[in-house]
Design a protein around this ligand. Structure first.
Ligand SMILES: C[S@@+](CC[C@H](N)C(=O)[O-])C[C@H]1O[C@@H](n2cnc3c(N)ncnc32)[C@H](O)[C@@H]1O
Length: 300
């Protein structure tokens, strides 16, 4: 594979003007994705170990990370498969830049190839044939994920593997106890209910059963795994920041969907300072459920 300096993502999205220019939202998303990787690193390790089992005997040399974000999957896979290189495909120039900077900092620049592409408009043909496709928390963002799955199938060598990792109808973990001591019991449940309602409209594929859809794209679905995360005190040091970043992102979609009292309480919880801030609370948890599918392109 031709080596590509990660500071200059290749571009395959001529029509992706909606992704041009700096987006403050992506700066925040980058922080959230990195915190997610830090706090949930055991689950990530488990998934790459699973990938190693499933590719036993023929470790992948060419990996494609679809909707790579800041490179959580890319870097975890490159650590697991030391002879591999990865194509990291994402529509966001900011997230790809973040990934490229990190690749350099980790000394992995020559094994990481950031490719800017809007998968809703163009399959990045320069990616070529790969041995392993990783799609984590990205399929539900796509306008036509079934088409992208068919394209990923075509990009895989016969016998190659795709791992899809997705989540329930709410893409955020739970962090808060039911009783907050702030007079708004059940606040997070109401946030999630409001988001589920909203996502039913703007992210209709969130929470989908991807097994039949993978089969529809030609894959043989070999296994499905549920990853249940239930972290309690003592939590990793980054958990408070992770909770803050996730609740802040959630807050952005909740105006008009929650009562003024709930929104005021949520604002207290996501503030940087104050005893109510999730940065300082000692009663947080991190509970989430992710689902993973392993699907293979048949050898013949
Ligand atoms: C929730 S993030 C997951 C990132 C990463 N896979 C991870 O597990 O941390 C979803 C990613 O999909 C990317 N994405 C969404 N729509 C896309 C599209 N149409 N084409 C390419 N990437 C897209 C976003 O930019 C974002 O980086």
């Amino acid at each position: 594979m031709a080596s590509q300096h990660p500071a200059a993502p290749r571009q395959h999205a001529p029509h992706a003007h909606h992704h041009d220019g700096p987006r403050p939202d992506d700066t925040h998303l980058a922080e959230l994705l990195d915190l997610d990787a830090e706090v949930l690193h055991e689950q990530l390790d488990g998934l790459t170990a699973w990938a190693a089992e499933l590719t036993d005997g023929t470790p992948p040399r060419r990996i494609l990370d679809l909707g790579s974000g800041t490179g959580t999957g890319t870097f975890a896979l490159l650590k697991r498969f030391e002879s591999a290189e990865a194509e990291a495909v994402d529509a966001s120039p900011q997230l790809l830049q973040h990934l490229a900077d990190r690749a350099r900092a980790l000394g992995l620049a020559d094994r990481v190839h950031p490719v800017r592409a809007d998968l809703d408009t163009t399959w990045p043909a320069a990616v070529g044939t790969v041995d392993l496709v990783w799609a984590s928390a990205s399929l539900h963002h796509l306008a036509d994920p079934d088409r992208t799955l068919r394209e990923a199938f075509a990009a895989l060598r016969p016998g190659g593997l795709l791992l899809a990792i997705e989540m329930d109808s709410v893409p955020f973990p739970r962090f808060l106890p039911h009783e907050l001591g702030l007079g708004r019991p059940g606040l997070e449940e109401r946030c999630h209910a409001a988001l589920t309602h909203r996502h039913g409209g703007d992210l209709p594929d969130l929470g989908s059963d991807w097994g039949p859809r993978l089969a529809g794209a030609g894959f043989t679905v070999e296994a499905e795994r549920e990853l249940a995360v239930d972290l309690r005190a003592p939590l990793p040091a980054a958990a408070g920041r992770y909770a803050q970043a996730a609740l802040q992102r959630m807050r952005g979609g909740l105006d008009g969907s929650l009562s003024a009292e709930d929104l005021t309480t949520l604002d207290l919880l996501i503030s940087d300072d104050g005893p109510e801030s999730v940065r300082h609370r000692t009663d947080l948890v991190v509970r989430t459920r992710r689902l993973a599918w392993a699907a293979r392109r048949p050898s013949s």
